[in-house]
Design a protein around this ligand. Sequence first.
Ligand SMILES: [Zn+2]
Length: 304
Amino acid sequence: MELNENARVDTSQVEDRRGSGGGGGMGIPIPIGGGRGGIVGIIIAVLVALVGGGFGLNAATNGGGSEQGDNTSLEQKCSAQDALQQLDCRNTLYVNSIQAYWRTAMPEVFGEQYRPSKTVFFSQNVSTGCGAADSGVGPFYCPADDLVYIDLTFYRLLADQLGAQGEFAQPYVLAHEYGHHVQDLLGTEAQMRRQQQRDPQNANTLSVKLELQADCYAGAWAKNATGTADEQGQKIFKSITDQDIQQAIDTAEKIGDDAIQQRSGRPVNPDEFTHGTSEQRKQWFTKGFSTGDPKACDTFGGSL
Ligand SMILES: [Zn+2]
């Protein structure tokens, strides 16, 4: 993968809350509502499994998600010559590419306008519209405030503890989260929550379908990513190689429910799957990538 060093990093699409300490808000608790498994990003189940602790998102003790970020230093850093050497600037550019894709694809494919969603960079803990969260939950999307949340140190954990190496794991993770945003905009997410309430026995299966669709959307972005550009029309990626795509597939495999359960030393129990097996995650990312068409991501339409 090669990024175009002439592409402008648009920091207005992220909110830097890393300096603010996070947490501790005194707002009124906002219940997450419905099942909580699928709301939060791919990796949450991972970390819950790894760390063995609570969920991180706790509606009973949360703040109201009223913190403000401060992008001043990020803006400076990301307009400098060596911006693309910086993890946070690169991730901002990935967000720019993913949103540029959906801005075009959503009207084309689904006949609906895309509404941008910011990514919040936080460190350690943060209050969100879905409750207070700490880094242990991994990256996630909150439908209540339409924001993606990530503590960028997560990537180190992904590499060191889950063995998902390679730079392209990063845009894959972000594209998965933006897949949830698209599901939110299309009403897929809300529909799925209602289905879960009607049919609690199948709550996990429904969650798996939502997650695999987000993987497939990530694949569709990956296929079209080299066509994305910044506001001045500068291409964001110079190239994306087969090896990059392999890194995304590899990451998808590493965070399959069965792989996670095995890794945590627990017996593999399909009843507890909420995100899909390694094989399924690989398959659906690949389906999105090979077709380049989000319409092909119909995980709710038939068998997985
Ligand atoms: Zn997810």
